[in-house]
Every structure is written in C-alpha cells, then in structure tokens.
Design a protein around this ligand. Structure first.
Ligand SMILES: [Zn+2]
Length: 172
C-alpha cells in the first residue's frame, strides 16, 4: 500500500505532500454573527463552540471527517464542526478527559464545504475516539444519497480525484 500522497499541482506547479487536509476555524453559524454577537452571546474554543441565541442555545464540537483515498494510508481530511444536542454536548464535556469507548451522538455538519456544494443539511453520526484524536464524523447515507461528499466517504476516492479536489480546495 502506497503510504504517502504527493503530487505536482497543475495550479501552482508545487509538489504538495501528504494527504490533503482542510479545516474550518468555527462553525458557519458562528462566522455569520456580528462582532458584537460573537462577544456577547458566543463562545469559541479549539474544541467547542456555544451560541446562546434567543431561539435557543446551539452547541458545536470540533471533529474530523475522513474520506478514504484508495491505495493511500492517510485519508483526505476535513476538520469540521458538528452540532450537538445539549445532552450530547454535556456528555462530551463530562467525558472529555476520559472518553468512553462506543460513545457517539447525532450531529449536523456545521460547515459548508465549497467543493462539495449541497442544498441539504448533512446529518451524521459523530463517534468519540479514545486515542486522543477528535471525534469522527460519519455522514448518514440514507438522507444524503445524492451527496457527493457522503458517496466519497462511503466509497473512497481515487488518487486522481483526491488530487483534483485538493487543487480545487487550495486554489479555488
Ligand atoms: Zn498547488
């Protein structure tokens, strides 16, 4: 199995090494707040985000969405935020230092991934990891049947597609 992913980029002519990885600093609902709202009703940290909007408090957790690259060890990685219910969020906080095997919760993907446009909200299972890494997002297949991101996560992508997606994500 070829362990490393590297390619010469058709866009910038550099060699990009390592499986592609892109991330978001905050959930979309946070980035849409005004500066004043961010200060007054929201809290953002590396792993968590809470928005106390008048319609109800929203909770978000930082997680990883992996898309397997066929024949390559490391997956194409999306660092995303997912929503969590109040109950799931509290459980995640309570067990943050001692994550429990098999723990997980339902969440909505809280970032828009430009190269994977969709009109739908993406529901997912979010699986807690016990090895110190961030929770893993597994998109629901049933309601995301026409979603290229869900399909790519389920089936994996070729090295060629990974390269094309990475170029698009990096260089637009
Ligand atoms: Zn490039």
């Amino acid at each position: 199995m070829a362990a490393l992913f590297a390619f010469r980029c058709t866009s910038c002519d550099e060699i990009h090494e390592g499986s592609p990885s892109f991330g978001f600093d905050a959930p979309s609902p946070y980035t849409q707040l005004s500066e004043e709202e961010k200060r007054d009703i929201a809290e953002l940290s590396d792993d968590f985000c809470v928005i106390a909007s008048p319609e109800g408090t929203q909770y978000f957790v930082r997680a990883l969405l992996e898309v397997p690259i066929l024949g390559v060890e490391d997956p194409f990685l999306w660092g995303v935020r997912v929503s969590a219910s109040e109950k799931s969020f509290k459980r995640y906080l309570d067990t943050f230092d001692e994550p429990q095997p098999g723990d997980g919760f339902f969440g909505w993907l809280a970032n828009r991934i430009g190269i994977y446009p969709t009109e739908q909200s993406r529901g997912a299972d979010v699986w807690i990891q016990t090895d110190g890494t961030r929770p893993r997002v597994v998109l629901h297949q049933s309601e995301n049947a026409s979603d290229a991101l869900a399909r790519d996560q389920r089936d994996g992508i070729s090295v060629r597609r990974a390269q094309q997606l990475a170029e698009q994500a990096m260089h637009g």
